[in-house]
Design a protein around this ligand. Structure first.
Ligand SMILES: NC(=O)c1ccc[n+]([C@@H]2O[C@H](COP(=O)([O-])OP(=O)(O)OC[C@H]3O[C@@H](n4cnc5c(N)ncnc54)[C@H](OP(=O)(O)O)[C@@H]3O)[C@@H](O)[C@H]2O)c1
Length: 297
């Protein structure tokens, strides 16, 4: 395939996994949504739901562990925030579970009296399987598992979704619609969720290290730090955008930068000798392995 940056058509292979956009958008009007565990990730989602006007402030019931934090967040976000999970779950149609993985079974036990088969549970905790949540609920309840990442704070996130045994296609679409407010969504089989956690949930940290290193390199070759950081960040962003919008294989895009006997190939030689490729593969493998263990503490 020849490289042609002027024709950035997205091949179906890249867009296939996304939720089909021709399906009618399920309405959230009139639904009450509880976010149990509104910490870093829960807070990002909550703010995105409000900012996108997907939900009105009156539709959201958030909870945290500490009451002083509840008051602080309530003032900050203009929504009801409490420490009462059971009450929030009783009043909600859709319940997001956002506490740490190890605390999910206890949280589901706690809200069990409020659960009915009409409610939908969406967990964005790493590691915890839908079957485990179904079991803790004590009923055949609809559960969807989501794995978002922190660039969701700027609408540039990606969330992988998979559904449990009792969740319908419509409920999956509803979840995609919600997570669509913070970026892209992709549906995967649940067996891939730990891999998603290792790649795209941990991934921003790996990319920040690469970006920071590129900026350090810029300083080493004489650039002012702020200029070096800007060059590194925009280059990282631009390269990702090229992959997403042209649909070309990254290797092909790399070849287009690499002039024979030019400077880029010398840099690539250093990267290969330093083992960047293998190091990144191992980092994702290790993070995936750890994601499998998180639910156990
Ligand atoms: N951070 C990420 O990049 C990321 C990405 C994808 C998924 N996740 C998942 O998101 C979940 C939360 O992670 P996080 O990074 O957002 O952690 P976090 O900032 O520590 O948030 C946890 C929140 O849960 C609250 N909490 C603890 N026990 C509670 C209880 N019994 N009832 C109600 N609320 C309770 C805490 O309350 P206080 O504020 O009062 O302490 C805190 O607000 C985890 O399961 C993680 O796997 C995180």
């Amino acid at each position: 395939m020849d490289f042609d940056a002027s024709n950035p058509s997205i091949p179906s292979s890249l867009s296939d996994a996304a939720i089909p956009s021709n399906s009618p958008i399920p309405s959230l009007r009139g639904l009450q949504v509880a976010i149990l565990g509104s910490g870093k990730m829960g807070g990002i989602l909550l703010q995105a739901f409000l900012k996108s006007k997907m939900l009105e402030p009156e539709q959201i019931l958030a909870t945290v562990e500490h009451s002083e934090r509840a008051s602080q967040l309530s003032a900050q976000w203009g929504v009801e925030v409490s420490t009462d999970n059971l009450s929030a779950a009783e009043r909600a149609d859709l319940i997001l579970l956002g506490v740490k993985p190890i605390n999910i079974p206890d949280l589901v036990e706690e809200i069990r009296p409020a659960l009915t088969k009409k409610k939908l549970l969406i967990s964005f905790a790493a590691s915890v399987r839908t079957a485990e949540i179904e079991r803790a609920s004590g009923m055949e309840i609809a559960v969807i598992r989501a794995m978002p990442n922190t660039p969701s704070a700027l609408g540039a996130g990606i969330a992988a979704l998979s559904r449990g045994r009792f969740a319908s296609e419509e409920q999956l679409e509803l979840a995609a619609h919600l997570f669509g407010t913070v970026g892209r969504t992709v549906v995967v089989e649940e067996k891939h969720m730990d891999a998603v956690t290792g790649l795209s949930a941990s991934g921003p940290a790996f990319i920040y290290i690469i970006l920071e290193s590129l900026a350090e390199a810029g300083v080493k070759v004489g650039l002012p730090r702020d200029t070096a950081t800007l060059l590194a960040a925009q280059t990282t962003f631009g390269a990702a955008k090229m992959v997403l919008e042209t649909g070309y294989h990254p290797a092909l895009l790399k070849d287009a930068v690499t002039t024979p006997a030019g400077c880029t190939i010398d840099g690539i030689l250093e990267l290969e000798e330093g083992g960047l490729r293998v190091t990144l593969i191992k980092a994702v493998m290790r993070a995936t392995q750890r994601a499998k263990e998180l639910a156990k503490g």
